[in-house]
Design a protein around this ligand. Structure first.
Ligand SMILES: Cc1cc2nc3c(=O)[nH]c(=O)nc-3n(C[C@H](O)[C@H](O)[C@H](O)COP(=O)(O)O)c2cc1C
Length: 234
């Protein structure tokens, strides 16, 4: 009888050990992207310096920043707006990722509120290869792994003030995601131009949104943003 009890105890013990090793009863699994572990224990945060690891085209780590430039006033096809098209997309990205936001504001705001006048000023800045100054300083970039950078397409290119941002800050080692709002030009080479201005950064696939949709089709824009964020691993 004693030996039968011993045998039953041994079987219960073995089953308990096997169950614990397999994580039985652990309903909460770790949802860190890329994690296949079912362990209750939280994985350590990804280190920010990943330069010794192979590149991949998805986001990692936990801190995201959205830098954007956007104009209110009279804009193409939408009339006078009090929130810029790109600002709307930037805020959607921040809402969906928990990112911090930084708006590029011209140091001396010389950009006209009238559309035609604005196009003239922007064209002249492009001809001059100008580097307009912006107000304030970017947050400390060492705390960010992935940085979204968005702007309206101006004459087929980034507004020149963005080149001031690219050249005056150190984006090396960062994952950069360009996005544009536009009225027909799409991303307009933002990704290629960003890669060339910040050669030590990794430029991930960008996305483009119609400016008019930002004002009038926000559910559709939110879906576009969400789809792109999912494709990046958010
Ligand atoms: C100076 C200027 C130049 C523009 N050039 C283009 C262009 O080359 N291609 C395009 O599709 N849209 C162009 N647009 C339209 C803007 O990209 C579009 O309206 C954008 O959504 C405005 O964004 P914002 O409200 O964030 O400033 C231009 C608008 C302005 C003001």
């Amino acid at each position: 009888m004693k030996s039968r009890i011993k045998a039953v105890c041994a079987i219960i013990l073995i089953l308990a050990m096997a169950c614990s090793a397999a994580g039985c009863g652990n309903a909460k699994t770790n949802s860190t992207p890329g994690s296949t572990s079912g362990s209750m224990q939280a994985l350590p945060a990804q280190p920010t310096n990943r330069s010794d690891e192979p590149d991949d085209a998805s986001v990692s780590g936990n801190r995201t920043l959205v830098i954007y430039f956007s104009r209110t006033g009279e804009q193409y096809t939408v009339g006078v707006i009090d929130k810029g098209n790109t600002a709307i997309v930037a805020e959607m990205i921040a809402q969906q990722t928990g990112a911090d936001l930084f708006e590029i504001v011209p140091a001396d705001d010389h950009y006209p509120k009238k559309y035609k006048e604005l196009t003239d000023v922007a064209k002249q800045e492009q001809r001059d290869n100008a580097r307009p100054a912006y107000a304030g300083t970017l947050p400390d970039l060492s705390g960010y792994d992935t940085i979204f950078i968005g702007a309206p397409v101006w004459w087929g290119d980034w507004p020149m003030i963005l080149y001031t941002v690219f050249e005056n800050n150190d984006f090396s080692g960062k994952k950069l995601v360009p996005f544009s709002t536009h009225e027909g030009s799409g991303l307009s080479g933002f990704d290629r131009k960003l890669a060339s201005a910040c050669p030590d950064a990794q430029v991930l696939e960008g996305f483009a949104v119609r400016g008019n949709d930002c004002q009038n089709q926000q559910d559709s824009v939110r879906n576009t943003v969400q789809t792109h964020l999912s494709s990046l691993g958010y």
